[in-house]
Every structure is written in C-alpha cells, then in structure tokens.
Design a protein around this ligand. Sequence first.
Ligand SMILES: O=C(O)CCC(=O)C(=O)O
Ligand SMILES: [Fe+2]
Length: 196
Amino acid sequence: MMEQLGLFAEAGQSKGLPVDLLEYRPGLIGVTEGDALLARLIRDTPWRQTKQKMWDKEYLTPRLTCWYGDAERIAGMLPWTPELLAIRKLVEPMAGIGFNSVLLNYYRDGNDSVAWHSDKESIMGSQPVIASVSFGAVRSFDIRNKADHALRYSVRLEHGSFLLMKSGLQEHWEHRIAKSVKPLKARVNLTFRLVI
Ligand SMILES: O=C(O)CCC(=O)C(=O)O
Ligand SMILES: [Fe+2]
C-alpha cells in the first residue's frame, strides 16, 4: 500500500552524491554480455513473489526475488551458479570484502518497486557493505536521510552498472526504487551481501 502512495517520482542523477555513502560505476559489465546475463537470469531463476505485512494486512511484494549463496551453510539459499560466482569475483575487489550471498530482484516493469527501507537485518551486522549490480531498464535509486527526509539524492542505475552501498549508508539513510509512470522494460538487480 505504502508503495502506491505518491511514489511516481522520476528522479535523475543527483549532483554531489555523497561518496562516503555511495559509489557508482557505470559499465562494470558491457552491453552485449549484460543483455545475455539479463535474459538468462530472467529465464533460469526460480523467482518467487513473497508476501509482506503492512498494517496487519498481507500484500504481495511488488517484485520477484531469489536468494543464492553458500547454501551448505545458510538455510533457504540456492547454491551459487557459475554466472553469479563470476559477477561476485568482479565486485569483491571493488567492495574490499567477500560476500557469501546475493539477493536477486526482478522488476518486471515500471510498476514493480521496492519501498523506502534500509538493509540492516541483524544477520548482516549494523554496518553492512552491499554491492549492487543492475541489468536492464534504467531505474532511479533514491536515498533519503532518516532524520531529514528532505535530504535526498538519486542515482540512475544503468544496464551493467555497479553501485557500492558503503558501511555508513544503512544506519542513517533509507533507499528505494520508486514505481514509474513511464512504461519500463524488465530490470534485474543483484545485491551481494555478507550474511553472518
Ligand atoms: O533494486 C535495487 O537497486 C535495490 C534493491 C534493494 O534495495 C534491496 O534488495 O534491498
Ligand atoms: Fe535495499
């Protein structure tokens, strides 16, 4: 429900993106390889639409998801695929840490979204570093300060791009992928995480 309310913003690339919180690098993966990966990830992933609870009512999460990782150690995860391992190998040196899991998000069109949240589950510790790789439709990744919602920035996450959410981001900032009024094609996002 909250995801429906006034979230049709189409923000662009903010100036002065706080580099202590976020680092954006387009072109981590080239267009041709990215196109192939996008098609394969959409086709081969056993996507699920989970339920989320809000105000005591259950809603279907407005996107599809799937977890992969060190399945022999972490319950509920599928084992790494060669493709996901290859992407992990690219992002780990850029993040400066190792990851044992990745959450895949599939935004089928502009109507799919993720509402304002921070990724601070206790299983990741309070200052997690998260590496994010995007394929497909360009979507705006918005961040806002928890104490002052007027303090906000946006990054347009392009096909094949890399975004590093640094350790300070989750504690004092929230992020989202807003819905779009423009018709949009599919997007798949991978967020590599260290679950402890
Ligand atoms: O799709 C994205 O770029 C962000 C996804 C996200 O915030 C998450 O999986 O926690
Ligand atoms: Fe997130």
